[in-house]
Design a binder for this molecule. Sequence first.
Ligand code: ZN
Length: 291
Amino acid sequence: MSSASKSLLGGIEAGGTKFVLAVGYSPTEIIERHEIPTRVPATTLAQAGDWFEGQGTISSLGIASFGPVELDRSSPLWGHITNTPKPGWENCDLAGYFAERFGVPIGFDTDVNGAALAEFQHGAGKGASSLAYITVGTGIGGGLVLDGRAVHGAAHPEMGHIFPRRHEDDRDFKGICPHHGDCLEGLASGPAIEARWGASLSELPADHIAHEIIADYLTQLAHSLIAMTAVEMIVFGGGVMKTGGLLERVDRKASELGARYFPGGSKHKIVSPELGHNAGLTGALLLAAEV
Ligand code: ZN
């Protein structure tokens, strides 16, 4: 088939600091990729729209967005970013802007659900029954794919906000989550690490206790996910996970905690993303392909 007769998909990975845009003929066939900084919606959405116009005629657009977002198609607020503290973005009608400007179907989900779908179909989860994608960076978020679909429930999971059991050498830190204090994000996100130890995890010496503490908390999320959903693959991405040895430590601790005791046994895997920095964008294109 010539490219002229194929449908061109548009994808947006909408993040708090940058929007990553792409067009492609399939989710894994990215033709052009472009990044713009996230400013106020009027500026950023117009810039994104202008870029897509310059790429040709798109047939559908997928958006994998930072949250919280409304995912209920029957809600008048579907496709909106809802109560974010990010200035200007509260109640932003992200999907509506592009639907109106391009008149094409819009696929819409969270950035982590997009990344989870992408890793499930085209990355670390190929051949697996189910997959969770966790990002550990400025915040901690997760998406879950079960039976081939991203789990939404009444909205979307916020698995970074579970309460881990406190590590015995980390009893005094109050945590930085504005909602919960010492939830997982309040204890193990990049800013929480900086708040305790004045440096990022990768800057701290390899024998620093922080490595053990952060691995302990992240392992508890993996353990809880397996216990509650029996998910087969858990993919840990995000800036903090680039710390040398962290993923291996989480994997080892999961075994020590008893993850292999679960009925899935050695089927449960804790791995790095295979799609790297394209996981979210590939997810956005998947949302465009499936809308
Ligand atoms: Zn929290």
